[in-house]
Design a protein around this ligand. Structure first.
Ligand SMILES: NC(=O)c1ccc[n+]([C@@H]2O[C@H](COP(=O)([O-])OP(=O)(O)OC[C@H]3O[C@@H](n4cnc5c(N)ncnc54)[C@H](OP(=O)(O)O)[C@@H]3O)[C@@H](O)[C@H]2O)c1
Length: 333
């Protein structure tokens, strides 16, 4: 187990030589992404952060950026507006980053929510929560992989359900878009996104040994994320507000602790051996080794092997998921 005191101690060692110099946050306009940016900027290190968000977050994002600037004048935060649920726009944002940077040290992905309402598609015909939780995230990974490979110790962190929500035996490989009648729902969408995240990141990690990949489950963090999935003012939204949200409030990590835990995920050599030096026993990747690869990190920052799930996934599902992913992304790549 990684103790919180050790996490905080590790984060105090973040400086100009250990911080990710160029970081891209997709989902950093709110919640865990935003908390992690705050924690990173508060280290005082010289970092350049690309903050990606949709038009409706523009004003909020600029208030946040001013706050960051006063916390740490060495931090440069660049806003790129993009409707990231759309693959066309995700690609356009990546093109902007590629035109400005030669390498990227950190790609931090947190967009998404569990849908408690009816199935809803983006203008590109992809169910929106699958796009935010998986397809758009993979578009960012694939587009920025050449720049990540150019970095000395690059890292991709996808925050969703690593080690906890993968269910390769429950997903229907013939319906990875959740289109069949009765197949759609909040748990199915989250489980499928998490399973596909792990499968694809596991595959990409094998092809990119210089990049550290992490799929994490954040535990409960009171970000208002649960509210996003309900139709406003529906009876379900009221039930969630009355019962679920107080429960989340009671059992959540504090904002500060969540930010520190995700900063550790983004910087510590505990994962893969590169980053802020880690003196204790190192975490292990999905092959059980303390070296680069894919790490499934639970809410306490421990690495879970999830060996049973991983072997079923690799044997039966990864190739089908990869094929489907390529079919969905190809028109936009
Ligand atoms: N918080 C938890 O307790 C918890 C637990 C388990 C798993 N998770 C998962 O972990 C991830 C991060 O959670 P979080 O609490 O940090 O999430 P969050 O605060 O609710 O949202 C994160 C980001 O998603 C973006 N987003 C949401 N809907 C969008 C849409 N339709 N189009 C474009 N962007 C959209 C938000 O942008 P705007 O600022 O523009 O709205 C925000 O930047 C999510 O996938 C969540 O489902 C969270």
């Amino acid at each position: 187990m990684v103790r919180y005191t050790d996490i905080r101690a590790s984060n105090t060692l973040i400086n100009d030589s250990t911080a990710p110099r160029i970081a891209v946050f997709v989902g950093g306009t709110a919640g865990i992404g935003q908390l992690t940016i705050k924690a990173l900027v508060a280290t005082g290190a010289s970092v350049r952060i690309y903050l990606i968000g949709r038009k409706s977050s523009n004003d909020r994002a600029h208030v946040f950026m001013k706050e960051l600037q006063s916390t740490n004048p060495n931090a440069e935060v660049i806003w790129i507006e993009g409707e990231v649920s759309l693959l066309t726009d995700a690609k356009r944002v990546c093109e902007v980053i590629k035109s400005r940077e030669k390498h990227v040290d950190l790609l931090f992905l947190t967009t998404g929510y569990a849908p408690f309402g009816p199935r809803e598609e983006t203008a590109e015909g992809i169910e929106i929560t699958l796009s935010l939780g998986y397809f758009s995230r993979m578009m960012f990974v694939l587009q920025l992989l050449p720049l990540l490979r150019q970095a000395e110790a690059a890292r991709v962190v996808s925050v969703l359900g690593g080690g906890l929500m993968e269910r390769p035996t429950s997903i229907d490989l013939d319906d990875l878009a959740l289109e069949k009648p009765g197949r759609f729902g909040p748990i199915k969408s989250q489980m499928l996104s998490a399973t596909m995240n792990t499968a694809t990141l596991d595959k990409l990690a094998a092809d990119s040994p210089g990049v550290t990949f992490i799929h994490s489950y954040p535990g409960w963090v009171d970000t208002g994320n649960v509210r996003r999935g309900f139709e406003p003012n529906s009876w379900k939204a009221w039930v969630a507000w009355l019962f679920l949200e107080p429960l989340i409030y009671l059992f959540s990590f504090s904002d500060k602790e969540s930010g520190q835990r995700h900063l550790f995920l983004s910087t510590s050599a505990y994962y893969g051996g590169r980053g802020v030096p880690w003196m204790g026993k190192a975490g292990v990747n999905t092959s059980g080794k303390p070296m680069n690869g894919l790490f499934l990190a639970n809410y306490r920052n421990d690495c879970t092997l999830n060996a049973g799930v991983l072997s079923v996934l690799r044997e039966k599902s990864t190739e089908m998921i990869w094929k489907h992913t390529q079919e969905v992304l190809q028109p936009y790549l």
